[in-house]
Design a protein around this ligand. Structure first.
Ligand SMILES: NC(=O)C1=CN([C@@H]2O[C@H](COP(=O)(O)OP(=O)(O)OC[C@H]3O[C@@H](n4cnc5c(N)ncnc54)[C@H](O)[C@@H]3O)[C@@H](O)[C@H]2O)[C@@H](O)CC1
Ligand SMILES: [K+]
Length: 585
């Protein structure tokens, strides 16, 4: 690793230096948890979104870049009808014909982002249909009768939904590993057995309490499958006295929509144990209770009639919520059972939230508001040591970038670009990296945009890559210039035609009267170039490349002891070399 001469004066400003009104302020960006901004305020800030944010401060020559790997994510052409509404369903005896475009058909959201879907689900929550006990049983019969499903299939999908919802809310971590699944004698218990298997494969450590086994091949098969995974079955009487000590999550799969009356032994006692768990004042240690379809012991329609029943933290309604779910006040209400066909939706007029992307579960009620200052992730990563990183920061960047691609991260080439104008005012936005080589980072944009104006006044810029799933971020700072026109030209024509037209339509960062303006202009251009002829690159569109003077590779670690390795340029014997230093987290 190149070691510098000690007399060198760094060309960058330390993040700890205070800003002066430099004529060419240099932007610096880093990801912070919102908590650090709210910590000193007397009243806690409560927001409903848990998002890291980008803080930007302003302080005071090139080769052809390597295009990012061809499979690197590209924005979807907004005009491509990649998600079509489902075709009208075949009419089945006893079911009304499906109305195409009926308002209650669940439409998948255009993007698979859970946050977007959660918002959509929240908006729809008020209108979600709740089923009576009779309708729930009738739907069950129809699914397994004229609609051709088998009980095994439905149970498998229901159990998978439960496991997926549990994993979404209680992410696998030291605090959320040990799961007790208490299974009842019917299909609700079967859902629990299936969920136990999926949770095992997701990495959790499930144990099962299944005191009244049903002697049918479906159930004994599920038990055998769990036994083959060495999942312990604990008799009810052998359950540990203090469930809080032994389990992080308890899945209540005792009774579903066929429950009547009051619970009989041994479930009366088991339910009582879950009730007393929610009463214990020691909230730090209380395991999360997740009820499958119905909180066991609740009246299927009336809910927790005398108020003394289970108070689950999470409810996973299956197929559609039952009436009792209206009384559920816990923080997490999910829908599972992504198998409801249009004949059922139409016949029962079901309004259900859309499932995001390929997910097996959908949040029904908005995620609870959180005190942002309490949000903190305990990062667990391999150590990032000076002896392990590459001497050249570009090589190190490419290594991490390739790992992000291999890990299947969505748009690993998305980066926050921070520019600063003449007055020292910074602005940030996400852009897509389109090329990187041993000297520069390249992206394309509109030369009339705000970032372009900023860059024309001040060529200093900062890039920030944030690979959340890998606990990594990379900061890059340097100066920016336009890429040669031929390069922009070449890249422009490699883009999908829709994106080319979009670039012509958008006079980026200018105020427009409405969305129709874009759509109209786009339509006209689409018609103009419908013969497939070459779409000329507008002169106001092209690339920029940043030549870095500083890199920082950050890797989140436990207890905030993060790794931060900074590469800065130093002159050594007349040559510029990269110098690596560790920064305190
Ligand atoms: N579309 C659907 O209808 C689907 C239903 N599924 C699951 O199936 C459940 C319904 O299953 P089941 O109809 O088998 O019924 P449950 O699992 O709700 O429970 C029925 C069993 O509990 C017993 N029981 C009822 N009341 C009792 C009491 N007071 N004390 C003690 N035991 C009592 C019954 O004798 C029977 O053995 C749903 O809630 C859901 O979890 C899913 O597996 C898949 C899809
Ligand atoms: K249940």
């Amino acid at each position: 690793m190149p070691q510098p001469a000690a007399h060198h004066t760094p060309r960058y400003r330390s993040p700890y230096q205070t800003s002066s009104a430099a004529s060419r302020p240099e932007p610096q960006s880093r990801m912070l948890a919102v908590a650090s901004r709210t910590r000193d305020k007397s009243a806690p800030t409560i927001l409903s979104l848990a998002m890291p944010f980008l803080l930007t401060t302003a302080t005071g020559t090139a080769t052809s870049p390597r295009p990012l790997i061809p499979s690197s994510p590209r924005r979807q052409n907004p005009t491509t009808p990649h998600l079509r509404p489902p075709p009208p369903a075949r009419r089945l005896p006893g079911f009304p014909a499906a109305e195409p475009g009926a308002p209650f058909l669940p439409r998948p959201p255009r993007r698979g982002m859970a946050s977007l879907a959660a918002t959509a689900a929240a908006a729809a929550a008020a209108e979600v249909t709740h089923l009576t006990q009779r309708d729930a049983a009738e739907i069950d019969e129809q699914l397994m009768g004229p609609l051709g499903f088998s009980v095994d299939q439905l149970m498998e999908l229901a159990g998978l939904s439960v496991a997926a919802a549990v994993a979404e809310v209680y992410k696998l971590s030291e605090e959320h590993t040990r799961v007790l699944i208490i299974c009842g004698p019917g299909n609700n218990g079967g859902d629990g057995l299936v969920a136990a298997r999926h949770l095992y494969h997701f990495g959790y450590r499930p144990s099962v309490c299944y005191p009244k086994r049903t002697p049918k091949p479906l159930y004994s098969g599920l038990v055998t499958q769990l036994e083959s995974l060495s999942i312990p079955f604990i008799p009810a009487e052998d359950l540990p006295h203090d469930l809080s000590r032994e389990f992080d999550i308890i899945v209540d799969a005792m009774f579903g929509f066929s429950f009547h009356g009051t619970p009989r032994p041994p479930f009366d006692d088991l339910i009582q144990r879950l009730i007393s768990l929610s009463v214990i004042g020691n909230s730090d240690k209380k395991p999360a209770i997740v009820s499958v379809d119905i909180p066991s012991g609740w009246h299927v329609e009336e809910g927790d009639v005398d108020g003394g029943g289970i108070k689950p933290d999470m409810l996973v309604s299956l197929t559609a919520p039952k009436l009792c779910a209206k009384k559920f006040t816990g923080p997490h209400h999910f829908l599972g059972g992504r198998f409801v066909p249009p004949p059922i939706l139409n016949k029962y007029g079901l309004k259900l939230p859309p499932y995001p992307g390929t997910s097996m579960c959908a949040r029904i009620r908005k995620a609870p508001s959180v005190d942002i200052s309490s949000l903190r992730e305990n990062y667990i990563s391999p150590e990032l040591l000076e002896s392990q990183v590459m001497p050249d920061p570009f090589d190190q960047f490419l290594r991490w970038f390739d790992e992000a691609v291999t890990a299947g991260l969505r748009e690993p080439n998305a980066m926050a670009l921070t520019t600063v104008n003449r007055e020292g005012k910074p602005s940030s936005r996400m852009v897509l990296l389109k090329g990187v080589d041993k000297q520069t980072f390249v992206w394309y944009t509109n030369y009339g945009s705000r970032k372009a104006h900023d860059l024309s006044e001040n060529p200093n810029a900062a890039l920030l890559f944030y690979w959340n799933e890998m606990n990594r971020q990379v900061r890059v700072e340097g100066s920016v210039e336009k890429v040669p026109e031929e390069e922009s030209e070449k890249y422009f024509h490699s883009r999908p035609r829709g994106s080319q037209l979009g670039a012509i339509v958008s006079k980026q960062s200018t105020v427009i009267a409405g969305r129709e303006v874009l759509q109209q202009a786009y339509k006209e251009l689409e018609h103009k170039y419908s013969d497939g002829s070459l779409i000329p690159k507008p002169e106001y569109w092209g690339g920029y490349r940043l030549t870095p003077t500083l890199f920082e590779f950050w890797q989140g670690q436990q207890s905030r002891l993060h790794d931060r390795l900074q590469y800065s340029q130093r002159e050594v014997d007349g040559n510029t070399a990269w110098h690596i230093e560790r920064l305190s987290p």
